[in-house]
Design a protein around this ligand. Structure first.
Ligand SMILES: [Zn+2]
Length: 302
């Protein structure tokens, strides 16, 4: 089964392509799954954190509340896998906030996970740890957007080398954390500058960085290969990237992060994985796990 671990509903505009944005509607997302040969998709509510609504290159215009995005996805149980979403600063902005009633509401209405977390606070902030422990207690995985420290972005913040994500993994060992975003995937290479961590570094990977190390070390960490962040990183040194897919075949997850409604614009990830399998560069076992097996294994109970 092919499962896209990272999809959204709503409307996102590039500031330089402000007239080109087309909303992603429910009809649109289901049609895209059919067109691209995807059986199911995880629907991640957008706009949960203020930093993810307005940021430098894009404007996100939530046409639906988080609640409506979540309940909307739950209407299509054969195709969409609803994730709840929240911000570690909700409920009083305290490291002791009790999110269990809210998490319980999400579970009662069909949530199989939480994300994507876009709050722009440190990955090892006590508020983050508090929320992530409670998510794990509910048996849910959580998908995060991860960035470096710096103005004008969204997602959990970390330093080069991901020491804060490492601490979060240790502090919430029962919580399956699915990493995503520039700050996560730039760490495929060692020796990052703080500036490189905020972006999409190009060129061959000279030495492996914190990303493969953490994926090997922590059973509760997974990698969502979606968006340009994942695709770019895995293709910087293709042999190394494909080697990591094969080696970490129990950890990597296919996703797209489609943020546009135009069906003629495809994300390359699934076609690339299919090609690798066809060319014998990726084993059939690894392919099956990456395109769906892994996420199905870590989803919360139905
Ligand atoms: Zn996303």
């Amino acid at each position: 089964m092919v499962v896209d671990v990272h999809t959204h509903i709503g409307q996102l505009y590039g500031l330089y392509t402000i007239d080109e944005g087309q909303p992603i509607t429910w009809e649109e997302i289901l049609a895209r799954l059919d067109t691209e040969g995807v059986d199911k998709a995880v629907l991640l509510p957008s706009g949960v954190s203020p930093e993810a609504i307005t940021f430098p290159s894009l404007i996100y215009s939530p046409s639906m509340s988080v609640r409506d995005q979540f309940l909307g996805a739950a209407r299509y149980p054969d195709r969409l896998i609803p994730f709840g979403d929240l911000d570690p600063r909700w409920l009083g902005n305290k490291p002791t906030a009790d999110f269990r009633p809210l998490l319980g509401w999400f579970v009662d209405h069909g949530a199989r996970g939480i994300g994507e977390i876009t709050a722009n606070i440190p990955a090892d902030d006590e508020r983050t740890i508090n929320l992530f422990r409670q998510i794990g207690d509910m048996g849910l995985p959580v998908l995060i957007h991860n960035v470096g420290f710096g103005a004008g972005t969204y997602g959990l913040q970390d330093d080069p080398g991901m020491p804060r994500l490492e601490r979060l993994l240790q502090e919430a060992p029962e919580t399956a954390i699915i990493g995503h975003g520039q700050g996560f995937w730039s760490e495929i290479a060692a020796g990052l500058t703080a500036e490189e961590k905020m972006g999409y570094p190009k060129g061959p990977v000279a030495a492996e960085g914190a990303l493969p190390r953490l994926l090997r070390t922590y059973p509760n960490l997974y990698g969502d290969i979606s968006a340009n962040s994942g695709f770019n990183a895995l293709n910087r040194s293709p042999e190394l990237g494909i080697g990591l897919l094969e080696e970490l075949q129990d950890k990597m997850m296919f996703g797209t992060d489609h943020t546009f409604g135009r069906r003629d614009l495809k994300m390359p990830h699934l076609g690339w994985l299919k090609g690798l399998k066809a060319e014998g560069k990726l084993s059939a076992e690894a392919y099956e796990k990456i395109v769906g097996g892994n996420i199905l294994r870590v989803l919360g109970p139905k």
